[in-house]
Design a binder for this molecule. Structure first.
Ligand SMILES: [Zn+2]
Length: 394
């Protein structure tokens, strides 16, 4: 079946400008042509601005903002129920692809399966299984706790065996675990090196949760693919990342939102406020040194527009901020041809916005319709679930 979507304004995910008055022609969930308007269209998207589906480079289906050890103890069935709700919300905000940064008990795979088998709406995703930490290290209550290079290697092999498409390695302290500091190493250089070597030997990328300090440096020089958060990275770390092409995954909006959210535990609120205050200058330095930056909502589900606005506030151009949510995030994931772009051969993932995001990234908040792999949803009709199926293009 062919689906023809009529667009007045189309952005391809890379160019600084709009292509006007074209049809997106879709077959089997992929864009086959972009051509001048011809005949009748199946879907009329001429009322707004069409951009590629958004790519969230770091979030979790089954962890909500402020969740810590008590929530990690909830039964997996409840986590999956919450995850299905979150997945629908993500899609309704234009996120069509997610890099899932890990879940306790690998529960994200059930949400992913429900989405893939059409039981529930949500973004497609790459899963990182269960995060790997050391005994008592950050996130111990939801991670695999292990010690020593051989056991780190084994933990990586186990995650890959259980279907992980990437590895989430925790190498420093974090906001949601009581005690310690954010830059306290929670893996040794040998453990970090062994885990990265093993993942790469299996063709799997590694994202290291790291705020800064010696373990972040060890991860960078051991060839990690991305640093997650990175608030306290030094100039030397950023220069090394730039030289090696290591990505920085910026997760700003959760820091700001959680700092003033009364449902979040007081010790977390304090830490979130501090990292939020310290983050802008880090992200600005990353741009200065030429580090490649993408963004993730990290439990502040569906707020990629805030991530884009944060980049602009830190000195990025609007085009750079939009690419961080689309084509650059697609290049970062690199597993799907054309992810984050609209071009012949790319996934038929697109968002219809009311306003022009190339003028103001806040327009990313005005989503009126979403398409994932050629399936079109209209968003936010009164009295309906957040995402309502209205068509089928595959
Ligand atoms: Zn996370």
């Amino acid at each position: 079946m062919t689906l023809r979507i009529r667009c007045r304004h189309l952005w391809d995910g890379t160019r600084d400008g709009w292509t006007t008055d074209v049809d997106l022609v879709i077959e089997e969930g992929r864009v086959v042509r972009i051509e001048a308007c011809t005949g009748e269209a199946d879907v009329d998207w001429t009322s707004g601005y069409v951009i590629p589906g958004l790519v969230d480079a770091h979030d979790h289906f089954c962890i909500d903002m402020g969740d810590g050890a008590p929530e990690a103890g909830e039964p997996p069935e409840w986590k999956v129920a919450k995850g299905l709700r979150t997945a629908a919300l993500m899609l309704a905000t234009g996120i069509t692809y997610l890099r899932n940064a890990g879940e306790k008990d690998n529960v994200g795979r059930w949400v992913d399966r429900a989405i893939r088998e059409g039981l529930s709406p949500g973004p497609d995703c790459v899963l990182s299984g269960v995060p790997i930490t050391s005994t008592g290290g950050h996130g111990w209550f939801l991670a695999v706790e292990t010690d020593g290079p051989d056991r780190f290697r084994r933990a990586v092999r186990t995650q890959i065996k259980q279907g992980a498409g990437m590895i989430k390695l925790i190498v420093t302290g974090g906001v949601t675990t009581p005690g310690g500091t954010l830059i306290r190493p929670c893996a040794t250089p040998d453990e970090i090196r062994a885990a990265i070597e093993e993942a790469h030997a299996n063709g799997v990328k590694v994202g290291a949760h790291a705020y800064g300090g010696p373990a972040a440096t060890a991860a960078i020089i051991s060839g990690v693919d991305s640093i997650e958060h990175g608030t306290y990275l030094s100039d030397e770390d950023l220069m090394e990342m730039s030289k090696r092409g290591t990505w920085l995954v910026c997760t700003s909006s959760v820091m700001t939102a959680a700092a003033s959210d009364r449902t979040v535990a007081p010790f977390m609120r304090e830490r979130f406020a501090q990292v939020a205050a310290d983050y802008r200058s880090t992200i600005a330095r990353a741009r200065k040194f030429g580090v490649r930056v993408v963004v993730g909502c990290d439990t502040h589900h569906g707020h990629l527009a805030d991530e884009a606005a944060f980049l602009v506030g830190a000195g990025y151009t609007v085009l750079e901020a939009l690419k961080a949510c689309t084509a650059d995030a697609g290049a970062f994931l690199a597993g799907e041809p054309g992810l984050g772009r609209l071009a012949p051969g790319s996934r038929a993932d697109a968002v219809l916005l009311r306003g022009d995001p190339l003028r103001d990234v806040a327009a990313l908040k005005g989503v009126t319709a979403v398409m994932k792999r050629g399936h079109v949803w209209t968003v936010g009709l009164p009295g309906t679930p957040p995402v309502l199926p209205t068509g089928d293009g595959s």
